[in-house]
Design a protein around this ligand. Structure first.
Ligand SMILES: Nc1ncnc2c1ncn2[C@@H]1O[C@H](COP(=O)(O)OP(=O)(O)OP(=O)(O)O)[C@@H](O)[C@H]1O
Ligand SMILES: [Mg+2]
Ligand SMILES: [Zn+2]
Length: 551
C-alpha cells in the first residue's frame, strides 16, 4: 500500500530531525546524563517535528543501546516506532478531551512501567483539553510518580493555562529554514531514487512555509503518478492548480469595484472547501508577488512562479497603482489577523472585499458598526428610491441631492452635516438617477402587493433600526403565502444579513400583512452587473457605521 512520504520518513534518530538543533542538543544531553525533566511542553507551528521529537524522546528514555540513544534499532526503539510498546502512551487530546479521559490517565499513571525504564505519556494537541480536564491533569503534573515523563504538544500554546505552563519544560519548535528543508528533501529523494532539480526543491521549500510535513507532502504529489523525475515546471504546475488564477481574477474584480461579483466569486471558491484563513494568507501573498513583479526586473528570484505566471502577474501589476497593492496587503493583513480569533472569518473576508471595492485608500478612521437613533429630517426631500447613505458628489457639474437621506440631519443645501468621520471615495462619477428597484409593475401575491409591503417594511424599519435599510436594495420580497414569505437576496452577504435580522423583518412583515409568517431567504442566481458608486458607498456606510462620500 502506498504510504505518504511524510509518514514513511519520520526521523528515527535525532540526527535526522531538520532545523531544530537547539532542541535536539538539549534533549540528547539530558538523555545522556539521565537528567530529563518530568514534564515537557513542545510548542510551535504545525509540521515542524513536535510529535516526531516526542517519540524520539520516548525512545531515548527506553532505548536499550549503550551508545547514542535512541539508537532506532533495538527492540524497544522498534516497538515504540510501531506503536506497540506498552509504556509509551499517546493520547490525542483533540478526541479525548474530557475529564473522564484524564481520570483514566491518572489511574494508569499509578502503575509502574511494565517493559521499559520509564512510562511516557505523549499528549498531543493538548490545548484541546477542557478546563476540567486541565485541572485534573494538573494534579498529576504536580507530583508525577518517579517513573513517569509527560510530553505535551501543541500548536496553540496561548490557549494553555499558566498553571500548566509553569510545570513544564517548554521547548519551541521553529519553522524550518528553506535551505535546511531543501537539503533534507534532497536526501530523501536520493534514498527513494528520485531525480529532483535544485529549482524544484527551492520552489517546494518556499511553498512549505517552514513546515517539513507540507514540504514532503508537496514533493509527494509532484512525484506520484509520474516518472522518477521532478523539475520546476512540474512543481509549478502542481502548485499553480491551487489558485493563482483565482487571485488574479478576484483582484481584478476588486480593482473594478465589482463588489457583488467579487463576493459571488468568493462564494464559489469557498464552496469548493477552501479554508478561509488560508485563502486570506494566499491572497496577501498574491498582492506581495504583484509588488515584487512591479518593481523588480528579475522577480523570478523572489517569486516562486513559472515564467507564464510571472507574465500574467506582470500584466495585472501594470494596471495597479502601488497604493492599490499597499491597500490590498494592509486590508487583508488586518482581517487575517482578526480572523485568527474570529468564529466567523468569512464575514471578515467579505468585509475586506467590500472595503477594497470602495477603494478605501482614504479611510481615515474606522468605527464599530453601531446604530444611532435617526434624527428627524428637517427638510422634506424627494423620494425616488430606497434610502441611501448621505452621499456627496464632488467634481460634478452641479450639486445634486442624492435621493432620500439616511437618518442624519439634513440641511437645506446638499451639504451633509455629520460629526462622524467621513470617507471619500475617489471614483468616476456614476449616474445620479438610481433605477427603481424591483419589478416595474406591482406584482400581486395573495392580494398583497409585495413591492409595496417591502417598502413599507423598510420605511418602518428605518425608524427602529437604521442599518436595516441596506437590505432593502439588495433583496426583494418575492412572494407571500399563508404561513411564509420569501425574500430573495442578491448575494450571500445580504442573505446572511437578512438572516441576522430575521425576527425584526418577520415582525415588520407581520405588521403590514396582519399575520405572523416565517421568512424564507433565497439567493438570486443572477450575478449583477457593475454597481454604482452610491450603492457601494451606501452599503459600506451601513457596514462600517460611518459616512461614506462619493467624490
Ligand atoms: N523537524 C523535522 N525534521 C524532519 N522531518 C520532519 C520534521 N518535522 C516534521 N517532519 C516530517 O513531517 C511529519 C510530521 O511531523 P510531526 O508529526 O512531528 O509534526 P508536528 O510538529 O507534530 O505537527 P502537528 O502540529 O501538525 O502535530 C513527520 O513524519 C516527518 O516526516
Ligand atoms: Mg503533532
Ligand atoms: Zn534503541
Amino acid at each position: 500500500m502506498y504510504k505518504a512520504l511524510y509518514r514513511q520518513y519520520r526521523p528515527e534518530v535525532f540526527e535526522e530531525v531538520l532545523g531544530q538543533d537547539h532542541i535536539v542538543r538539549i534533549l540528547k544531553n539530558q538523555i545522556a546524563t539521565d537528567s530529563t525533566s518530568h514534564a515537557y511542553l513542545f510548542c510551535g507551528t504545525r509540521g515542524t517535528g513536535k510529535t516526531t521529537t516526542a517519540r524520539l524522546l520516548a525512545k531515548g528514555l527506553n532505548c536499550l543501546s549503550d551508545g547514542e540513544r535512541p539508537c532506532g534499532v533495538c527492540a524497544n526503539c522498534q516497538a515504540i516506532k510501531e506503536g506497540s510498546f506498552l509504556d509509551v502512551i499517546e493520547i490525542d487530546a483533540a478526541s479525548n478531551n474530557g475529564v473522564d479521559n484524564v481520570r483514566e490517565l491518572r489511574e494508569s499513571v499509578k502503575y509502574p512501567p511494565s517493559a521499559g525504564r520509564r512510562k511516557v505519556y505523549i499528549i498531543d494537541e493538548v490545548h484541546m483539553l477542557s478546563t476540567e480536564a486541565f485541572n485534573a491533569l494538573l494534579k498529576t503534573l504536580e507530583e508525577p510518580p518517579e517513573y513517569v515523563t509527560f510530553i505535551l504538544a501543541t500548536t496553540e500554546v496561548h490557549k494553555l493555562p499558566a498553571t500548566v505552563l509553569s510545570r513544564c519544560m517548554r521547548l519551541d519548535f521553529k519553522r524550518v529554514p528553506e535551505s535546511v528543508l531543501m537539503e533534507g528533501m534532497a536526501d530523501i529523494c536520493v534514498k527513494i531514487g528520485i531525480d529532483v532539480t535544485e529549482d524544484a526543491l527551492r520552489i517546494i521549500a518556499a511553498n512549505a512555509d517552514g513546515s517539513v510535513r507540507d514540504g514532503l507532502s508537496i514533493l509527494d504529489q509532484c512525484i506520484s503518478g509520474r516518472d522518477m523525475k521532478v523539475d520546476a515546471e512540474e512543481v509549478l504546475e502542481f502548485l499553480g492548480a491551487s489558485g493563482y488564477e483565482d487571485f488574479i481574477e478576484l483582484t481584478d474584480m476588486v480593482r473594478k469595484k465589482r463588489t457583488e461579483e467579487a463576493i459571488a466569486f468568493l462564494n464559489g471558491i469557498l464552496s469548493d472547501g477552501k479554508d478561509v484563513r488560508q485563502f486570506m494568507r494566499d491572497w496577501i501573498s498574491h498582492y506581495r508577488n504583484l509588488m515584487m513583479v512591479k518593481f523588480m526586473r528579475n522577480p523570478e528570484t523572489v517569486v516562486s512562479m513559472s515564467a507564464e505566471n510571472i507574465e500574467r502577474m506582470r500584466r495585472q501589476a501594470a494596471v495597479l497603482e502601488l497604493e492599490d497593492i499597499n491597500r490590498g496587503i494592509m486590508e487583508l493583513s488586518t482581517m487575517a489577523n482578526e480572523a485568527r480569533w474570529s468564529t466567523q472569518p468569512r464575514i471578515l473576508l467579505e468585509l475586506a472585499i467590500v472595503r477594497l471595492c470602495m477603494g478605501a485608500g482614504q479611510i481615515r478612521e474606522l468605527t464599530e458598526v453601531e446604530f444611532t437613533e435617526p434624527e428627524p429630517v428637517l427638510t422634506p426631500v424627494k423620494k425616488t428610491a430606497p434610502a441611501k447613505a448621505p452621499v456627496k458628489k464632488a467634481e460634478e457639474p452641479a450639486p445634486v441631492i442624492v435621493e432620500e437621506p439616511a437618518p442624519v440631519k439634513q440641511e437645506e443645501s446638499m451639504q451633509v452635516q455629520t460629526e462622524e468621520p467621513v470617507i471619500e471615495m475617489p471614483v468616476e462619477p456614476a449616474p445620479v438617477e438610481a433605477a427603481p428597484v424591483g419589478p416595474a409593475l406591482a406584482e400581486m401575491q395573495n392580494g398583497f402587493d409585495c413591492e409595496d409591503i417591502w417598502n413599507k417594511v423598510f420605511e418602518d424599519g428605518e425608524n427602529e433600526k437604521g442599518s436595516i435599510n441596506i437590505i432593502r436594495n439588495s433583496a426583494r420580497l418575492k412572494s407571500i403565502d399563508e404561513n411564509t414569505f420569501t425574500v430573495e437576496a442578491n448575494n450571500a452577504f445580504f442573505k446572511d444579513l437578512a438572516e441576522k435580522n430575521r425576527q425584526f423583518i418577520e415582525h415588520l412583515v407581520e405588521k403590514h400583512t396582519g399575520s405572523r409568517r416565517r421568512m424564507n431567504i433565497k439567493l438570486a442566481n443572477s450575478s449583477e452587473t457593475e454597481r454604482s458608486a452610491e450603492e457601494i458607498a451606501a452599503e459600506a456606510s451601513d457596514i462600517l457605521g460611518i459616512k461614506v462620500e462619493v467624490k
